[in-house]
Design a protein around this ligand. Structure first.
Ligand SMILES: NC(=O)c1ccc[n+]([C@@H]2O[C@H](COP(=O)([O-])OP(=O)(O)OC[C@H]3O[C@@H](n4cnc5c(N)ncnc54)[C@H](O)[C@@H]3O)[C@@H](O)[C@H]2O)c1
Length: 426
């Protein structure tokens, strides 16, 4: 095992002495990532990313570490910074540097200035491919390091919020290279967002509060892929779930899934626990704070901490204090107390460990295959946001099933003919 003195790659991590724990964590996650293991084996043989410079701005977790190791083993010259200042696993960051020679710029809880200086440090690597989660790397590249843009082949974007930002850039003609939206892959959002965020959000809330969800009224804002997962899991634990939405179709779906649907204004009066997963801002705002029950608990699992209007809540409070780790009490002037978890940041990453490795296995398989696709096809791609090619998405699903030892049926030639024909079946 190399000593700290042997570390040669550039980095800004909290403490290299944490690397032993980080390495064990990376190895533990690796066992639950069979698809990524298969891709890594292929990459080692074929070296599809040989000498390509890649900058990744992702949650610095054990699962991400395994993605980066697979890409490094495929020949990529890769560097990592954090997509969220509060999700970094410092031990994992240290192990990536010490044990895998991957430069990392990330500290858990880094301030705004450090966070953005780390993004710029990753851009100093002069990436030819970017990997983003929330579009901060891409926007900084387009605004502060424009001289590097001509050498960029393409990029990937992991999350719904980032995809919206990039589509807005493309619409205004500002996006200077193609991006593949990992979020759009079925093997991403059907599992990562629904089952991964669904479970880990509840995990974060329980670790932060140690509450019993059974019998509570839980308000889930947003019935997208993440919201569906959280609502389903909260219901499974005995909570009485209310959904709020702005999309009429999703609202009907929530009703037919058995949940009550109402406006946030109505829900504010009766909710015990509020969880936002919309990707939008000010979903819980002044009007709602004024109606909350004494003891109401607010948290977010959407991408950024703007879903709950915390500045306004602070302005309504006469005092605030930590109630326990990850829980802050706001004493309002009228005597009510309201609790905010994890300062409104994604609670599954702040108070728990983010998505379990077995779902990130598929999301990150899409990432690895999409980066490979960009390396091979960038010359023919336009400067816009693309979906993950369907055959890559299906390939990931097949590999996951194989790893589970599950076989499914295949179409017989007659069935293929029947499905493709307009004249059969009458
Ligand atoms: N915490 C995590 O680990 C994690 C993981 C994946 C995605 N995310 C983030 O979670 C958020 C949701 O992701 P998703 O995949 O479910 O997106 P999605 O687009 O499928 O769903 C978002 C839903 O929110 C609804 N919405 C928007 N504004 C609203 C409002 N004011 N009130 C009520 N509903 C509103 C939309 O109609 C939509 O149905 C995004 O910010 C995404 O980046 C977080």
């Amino acid at each position: 095992m190399p000593s700290h003195a042997a570390v040669t790659v550039a980095c800004d991590v909290k403490d290299l002495a944490l690397a032993d724990t980080g390495k064990r964590r990376i190895e533990w996650a690796f066992q639950s990532m069979p698809v990524l293991q298969t891709i890594r084996k292929q990459f080692i043989k074929t070296q599809p990313l040989r000498d390509i410079r890649v900058a990744a701005c992702l949650h610095v977790t054990a699962e991400t570490a395994n993605l980066l190791i697979a890409m490094r083993d495929g020949g990529a010259n890769i560097v990592l910074c954090a997509s969220n200042a509060w999700s970094t696993q410092d031990d994992v960051a240290s192990s990536l540097v010490r044990d895998y020679n991957i430069p990392v710029y990330a500290n858990m809880g880094e301030n705004h200035e450090a966070h953005y200086s780390h993004i710029l440090a990753a851009l100093d690597h002069q990436p030819q491919i970017t990997m983003d989660d929330g579009a901060d790397l891409v926007t900084n590249l387009h605004t502060k390091r424009q001289e590097l843009l001509d050498n960029v082949m393409g990029g990937t974007e992991e999350t719904a919020t980032g995809v919206l930002r990039l589509e807005a850039m493309a619409k205004e003609g500002l996006l200077r290279y193609p991006i593949i939206a990992i979020h759009g892959a079925l093997t991403n959002h059907l599992f990562d967002n629904r089952y991964g965020t669904g479970q880990s959000t509840i995990d974060g809330i329980l670790r932060a509060t140690n509450m019993l969800l059974a019998g509570m009224t839980v308000v889930v804002a947003g019935y997208g892929w993440c919201g569906r997962g959280v609502a389903m899991r909260a219901h499974g634990l005995g909570a009485n779930v209310i959904v709020t939405e702005i999309d009429p179709t999703k609202a009907i779906e929530a009703i037919m899934d058995g949940f009550r649907v109402m406006s946030m204004g109505e829900a504010a009066v009766i909710g015990d626990l509020f969880i936002t997963l919309t990707g939008n801002k000010s979903v819980i705002a002044r009007d709602h704070f004024e109606k909350l029950k004494n003891g109401a608990i607010l948290c977010n699992s959407g991408h950024s901490n703007v879903e709950i209007d915390l500045d306004v809540l602070a302005s309504l409070a006469s005092s605030r204090r930590p109630a326990r780790e990850f829980v802050e009490e706001f004493a309002l002037r009228d005597g009510r107390k309201v609790y905010v978890l994890g300062e409104g940041r994604p609670i599954n990453l702040t108070a728990a460990e983010g998505q379990p490795a077995s779902v990130m296995d598929m999301s990150f398989a899409n990432q690895a295959l999409s980066v490979d696709y960009i390396a091979k096809n960038h010359a023919s791609l336009e400067k816009r946001v693309y979906q993950v090619p369907e055959d890559l998405d299906k390939q990931v699903a097949k590999m996951k099933l194989e790893s589970m030892g599950v076989k499914i049926d295949r179409l017989t030639p007659e069935q293929e003919h029947y499905l493709a024909s307009w004249s059969e079946g009458t």
